[in-house]
Design a protein around this ligand. Structure first.
Ligand SMILES: *Cc1c(COP(=O)(O)O)cnc(C)c1O
Length: 465
C-alpha cells in the first residue's frame, strides 16, 4: 500500500516511511492511496473473532508488502496484552438500543491507548529493522502524553520527550506520565500554557538542527496514520457484536482532533453498514459549526471540563476535506492556505452536502454535560466521564432511528476527571482501577523548564541517549 499527501505535492511514501514522516513535506497529511473494501460476506465471516484476530484482518491490507503477516500478528498480540479487560473493547448497555463502547481498558484509561500502544510497538519494530534511532517530541494537555509514554517506554530505539504545561494538568494526568521512570522517558513541565508547549513542538519539527545528523523527530499526535488505522478496528468489533453486517449500526463520537471519528468514517467506506455518525463537540465547536452552519472559523479557546476536546482546529479534518473534495490536492492546498491567512474556511456546496450526508453534529457546554453524567448515574448507576457524556447526549439529541443500535464511544475512564464527576453530584472521587491504586504514592520524575525553545532544545540534546 502506498501513501499520498492531502496537498498533492509531497512524494508518495511506503507505509513505514509515512509513519516516520509525520506531516508531509508539502504541509499535508498522509492517507492511503486506496481504501481496502470488504464485502458483506467477508465481514459476516468475522463474527466471533477476538479483538486481536479482527485487528489483523482490518490492518493487514494497510501494511501489505511491508510488515509480514506473522510480524503483524505479534505486534497486535503485544499491543493488546496490556489491556485489563479480556474483550479489549467491551460493550455495556445504558438504554434501549443504546450502548457504551468502553475504550478505556488500556494502561492509561483513555482510548488513545488503542492507537499509541500499537504505534509504540510498531516504531520499535520498524526502527530495529532499520537499525535507526529517533526522538519523539510531543505536547500534551493530558491524555496523549501518558498514552504515548506508556506506548514507548519499552522501545529501545526511541527517546521520548513530552512537554506539558507546568501546574496545568490534573494530578492524575501528571502522575500517569511522571511516574514512568524508564531511561528513555523525559517529562518536561514548561512554565507556560498548552499552546506554548505545542508551538515549541511545531517549531522543532520545522527546524531539527538541534539534533545530531543521524536523528529525526517522529510525531505521535493523531496526524500519524498508524493511529487512525488502529482505531478503525473497534468500529468493526462493536458493529459485529451488534449484528452487522446484517443490521446497520450508528456511532456517536466525542470529537477533538477528528482522529477517532475519521476512523469511523473509514470503517463505513470499507464496508461496515453505519447508518449515522455523530460528531459530538464541547464548547470548542468548530466542527459542529462547520457541519451545521458551514462556519469553520477560529474562535477563542474555551477551557472546559472535557479538556481532551479543548482544541481550536481539528488537525485530521484535512483528511476528511481531501475526500469531500474528491481527493483534489490542489483544492486542499488552496483551502488550507486561505484558512491560515483568514482564519475562515467555507466548504463548497457539493462538499458541504457530502459532509451533511455523512455526519450529524451536536455541541454541549459544561452545564449540559454535567446534567448528563447525573442523569445516567441516576437511571443506570453507570458513571460516565465528561467526554463520553457529551457523546451520549449528542446521540440522544440527534439520532435518526430508534431501531438501530447506537454505540457511544467511551473515550476515558471517569476516574481521570474527578472534577466533572463531582460536579454531577457523585459523592466522592471515582476510584482508580486496581493497577493504578498506588499512583499517588509512586515516585515522580520530571524537569521544569522555562518557556524558551533553545533551553528545551539543549535539554533534549543533553539527555537523549
Ligand atoms: C483525545 C480525546 C478525545 C478526542 O479524540 P480525537 O481523535 O482528537 O477527536 C476525546 N476524548 C478523550 C478522553 C480524549 O483523550
Amino acid at each position: 500500500m502506498k501513501y499520498i499527501s492531502t496537498r498533492g505535492q509531497a512524494p508518495t511514501l511506503s507505509f513505514e516511511d509515512a509513519i516516520l514522516a509525520g506531516l508531509a513535506s508539502d504541509g499535508g497529511l498522509y492517507v492511503p492511496e486506496t481504501l481496502p473494501q470488504f464485502s458483506a460476506e467477508e465481514i459476516a465471516s468475522w463474527a466471533g473473532l477476538s479483538y486481536q484476530e479482527l485487528a489483523f484482518k482490518i490492518m493487514s491490507p494497510f501494511v501489505a508488502g511491508e510488515v509480514p503477516d506473522e510480524d503483524l500478528r505479534e505486534l497486535i498480540e503485544n499491543t493488546y496484552s496490556t489491556f485489563r479487560h479480556d474483550a479489549i473493547a467491551p460493550l455495556v448497555q445504558t438504554a434501549h438500543n443504546e450502548f457504551i463502547l468502553e475504550l478505556f481498558q488500556g494502561p492509561t484509561l483513555a482510548f488513545k491507548d488503542f492507537a499509541l500502544q500499537f504505534l509504540g510497538n510498531l516504531l520499535d519494530y520498524v526502527l530495529k529493522k532499520r537499525d535507526q534511532r529517533v526522538v519523539i517530541m510531543g505536547a500534551t494537555s493530558g491524555d496523549t502524553g501518558s498514552a504515548a509514554i506508556e506506548g514507548c517506554r519499552h522501545s529501545d530505539n526511541v527517546d521520548i520527550f513530552i512537554l506539558h504545561p507546568h501546574n496545568r494538568v490534573s494530578e492524575v494526568q501528571r502522575r500517569q506520565m511522571t511516574t514512568v521512570l524508564e531511561k528513555n522517558v523525559f517529562n518536561i513541565a514548561i512554565e507556560g500554557n498548552f499552546d506554548d508547549c505545542q508551538n515549541m513542538v511545531k517549531n522543532s519539527f520545522g527546524d531539527q538542527s538541534f539534533l545530531p545528523e543521524d536523528r529525526q523527530l517522529v510525531a505521535v499526535n493523531s496526524i500519524n496514520w498508524a493511529r487512525i488505522m488502529a482505531q478503525i478496528v473497534y468500529y468493526f468489533y462493536a458493529g459485529l457484536a451488534l449484528g452487522a453486517p446484517h443490521r446497520p449500526v450508528a456511532f456517536s463520537v466525542p470529537t477533538g482532533n477528528f482522529g477517532d471519528i475519521f476512523a469511523g468514517y473509514l470503517a463505513k467506506r470499507m464496508g461496515l453498514p453505519i447508518d449515522q455518525l455523530v460528531v459530538a463537540t464541547n464548547a470548542n465547536d468548530i466542527l459542529h459549526r462547520c457541519i451545521s452552519n458551514n462556519d469553520h472559523s477560529l474562535h477563542e479557546l474555551v477551557h472546559s471540563l472535557s479538556p481532551s476536546m479543548d482544541i481550536m482546529v481539528s488537525s485530521n479534518f484535512e483528511r476528511m476535506l481531501f475526500d469531500l473534495y474528491d481527493r483534489d490536492g490542489d483544492a486542499i492546498k488552496e483551502l488550507m492556505a486561505n484558512f491560515k491567512e483568514t482564519g475562515k474556511l467555507a466548504l463548497s456546496e457539493p462538499a458541504l452536502a457530502k459532509a451533511r450526508e455523512l455526519f450529524t453534529s451536536c455541541r454541549l457546554d459544561d452545564d449540559a454535560m454535567i446534567q448528563v453524567i447525573a442523569d445516567v448515574w441516576e437511571n443506570t448507576e453507570y458513571l460516565l466521564d465528561p467526554h463520553t457524556a457529551i457523546g451520549v447526549e449528542a446521540a440522544r439529541k440527534t439520532r435518526h432511528r430508534q431501531d438501530i443500535p447506537m454505540v457511544c464511544l467511551a473515550t476515558a475512564h471517569p476516574a481521570k476527571f474527578p472534577e466533572a464527576v463531582r460536579k454531577a453530584g457523585y459523592p466522592q472521587d471515582p476510584a482508580l482501577p486496581h493497577h493504578m491504586a498506588d499512583l499517588f504514592e509512586r515516585e515522580e520524575r520530571y524537569s521544569v523548564q522555562p518557556n524558551d525553545l533553545s533551553t528545551v532544545h539543549q535539554f533534549i540534546a543533553d539527555n537523549m541517549r
